[in-house]
Ligand binder design. Structure first.
Ligand code: URA
Length: 190
């Protein structure tokens, strides 16, 4: 692994910047291809992720895997990370100060990967990455271009598990993501 990656992962793994470090079993820094064209950003680790130290390995992770397959990719080809790297108690949403403490890690991951597309999974990811408090039902399905990077907000997989009727819209979003991936690959756009 690139030295900068090793340093970053070590720093994340030893982090005590916020109260979430107190109850964690494992830190969940993120995983995938460090040169991925596409990055997925969730909210924070749940119970399974905390146990294993890996993002999206529980029920919502299985659905995310299927969504990644739907765009013709494998999990190992993309990069998956979260807003916070430690599990919030009882899976509550991260508090603003917890997200603020953790966001520099995500920014550094983003800088090292330099993806062309970022898929924001759910409202919490949109709130902290885009600083947009709009409902996910309004944000989803619309590309946002910032500094040459394409952002696509979509439903969090756990929302799809709770409300399967939203899967049709999520599928529309993933068709747009697949098309954008092909577009940026052909253009070699940065
Ligand atoms: N939900 C998330 O937002 N992230 C995970 O890693 C797992 C579940």
């Amino acid at each position: 692994m690139h030295e900068a990656w090793g340093d970053l992962i070590n720093e994340i793994s030893g982090c005590t910047k916020c109260r979430l470090c107190e109850n964690r079993t494992n830190v969940v820094p993120g995983e995938g291809n460090p040169r991925a064209k596409i990055m997925f950003i969730g909210e924070g680790p749940g119970r399974d992720e905390d146990m294993q130290g890996r993002p999206f390995v529980g029920a919502s992770g299985q659905l995310l895997d299927r969504m990644i397959h739907a765009i013709g990719m494998e999990r190992t080809e993309v990069y998956i990370a979260n807003i916070v790297k430690c599990r919030p108690p009882m899976n509550r949403n991260p508090e603003p100060d917890e997200a603020a403490a953790c966001m520099p890690y995500l920014r550094n991951q983003f800088k090292l990967i330099s993806p062309q597309i970022i898929v924001l999974l759910g409202k919490v990811a949109c709130r902290y990455v885009l600083q947009d408090e709009s409902p996910i039902s309004r944000l989803r399905g619309n590309w946002i271009l910032r500094k040459g990077v394409w952002f696509m907000p979509t439903y969090h997989p756990s929302a799809l598990l709770r409300a399967p009727e939203k899967k049709r819209e999520a599928w529309e979003d993933f068709k747009m993501i697949k098309a954008k991936l092909m577009e940026v690959s052909h253009r070699g756009e940065v």
